[in-house]
Design a protein around this ligand. Structure first.
Ligand SMILES: [Zn+2]
Length: 350
């Protein structure tokens, strides 16, 4: 009995010492990681809709790195030579795999991270024309309801409960991530005005926050769960417009904001605001909720500088850097000399 007891004590002691040993081994590497200061994500969002744009960006890359850029959100959308769904290619000259790979090689050489973007759920149309998904598969569209905000009615959405959408979209994402050698994907998800339509047989009467969160979670399962990549999204639908004092574009007035508590916290939220202010309450809110936050400004210069200064003052390690959205004001050629980008990046290079 006694020897059995001693053997058990000895075994337990050995097990504990092994465990302590492993912890001791693990600790230095963890503390080593902490010592290494994370570099700010100094980003620009650009439209890249053709091989010409891809090549122009390859040539402009060193100009962008010279002003501090180390991350580029490439909004390619449907403008790619998709092989899985050629019926969804947009434009006469969509981006080809060969040119995308060439850009990826130049980016890697220059230490620039490329993150492709395809708008999901909302933004499936512009003005009077649908983008390819709803043009080819009109049955996927969330119908405009009597409860749809008419100001956003030209921005069609797909129905988040239309299960056939997702295998298609996942194939497109996989092709884009592979072509640009990307370790992350931006799913858009901004300005979703048409959701929980009272004319949709699947969504009528449903909670918009739960429907929006379902779409985010479905995308997350594929990008993060299955493909082991990082996921980024615009933040406006997670914010309560009235509570935070933002417009109905940069925050939600259509009931989606409750989704902020229903989605994974490892998503990087691109929190965009274009008005000059002394306070941007969404930044501390999203940080408190546990997200990594990438504040995103545009123009005028004074507004993007104000948002940048506010964000810098947060001094939170989960605030990853600053993203400048160029939209129609700058392109792959001109972004490197565009004042809102050049001026703001000076602060984030320090
Ligand atoms: Zn629906």
């Amino acid at each position: 009995m006694k020897s059995n007891y001693l053997r058990r004590v000895l075994t337990l002691t050995l097990l504990l010492s092994c465990l302590a040993c492993q912890m001791a081994i693990a600790k230095p590497s963890a503390s080593k990681d902490k010592k290494k200061p994370a570099e700010s994500w100094r980003g620009v969002h650009l439209f890249v809709a053709s091989d010409e744009a891809v090549d122009d960006l390859s040539e402009s890359l060193t100009n962008l790195t010279a002003v501090g850029i180390n991350t580029i959100i490439l909004e390619v959308g449907y403008n790619f030579e998709f092989k899985s769904h050629p019926e969804l290619r947009s434009g006469r000259n969509p981006v080809t795999r060969a040119h995308a790979r060439k850009l990826a090689a130049v980016a890697r050489k220059n230490g620039v991270r490329l993150i492709p973007e395809l708008d999901c759920l909302g933004h499936q149309s512009w003005k009077k024309s649908d983008h390819p998904l709803l043009r080819v598969y009109p049955q996927f569209m969330e119908p405009i309801g009597t409860n749809t905000d008419t100001n956003g009615a030209h921005l069609h959405s797909w129905c988040p409960q239309q299960k056939k959408v997702y295998p298609i979209i996942f194939s497109l994402m996989d092709e884009l991530m592979e072509a640009f050698d990307a370790d992350a994907f931006h799913v858009g998800m901004d300005e979703v005005f048409c959701i929980a339509s009272d004319k949709c047989p699947r969504c009528k009467g449903a909670d918009p926050a739960k429907l929006y969160a379902k779409a985010v979670n479905d995308l997350h399962k594929h990008i993060v769960g299955k493909r082991k990549k990082e996921m980024l999204m615009w933040g406006d639908r997670l914010l309560d417009s009235k509570a935070l004092g933002y417009s109905k574009w940069e925050a939600s007035r259509n009931g989606t904001h409750g989704a902020i508590d229903l989605i994974p916290k490892d998503i990087v939220v691109c929190d965009w605001h274009y008005e000059k202010s002394t306070n941007y309450p969404s930044v501390p809110l999203l940080l408190e909720k546990g997200f990594r936050v990438w504040p995103s400004g545009w123009q005028p210069l004074e507004a993007t500088k104000a948002f940048s200064a506010f964000s810098l003052a947060e001094k939170n390690p989960r605030l990853v850097g600053y993203l400048v959205t160029a939209w129609s004001r700058a392109n792959v050629r001109t972004a490197a000399t565009w004042p809102p980008l050049v001026e703001v990046m000076k602060d984030w290079k320090k």
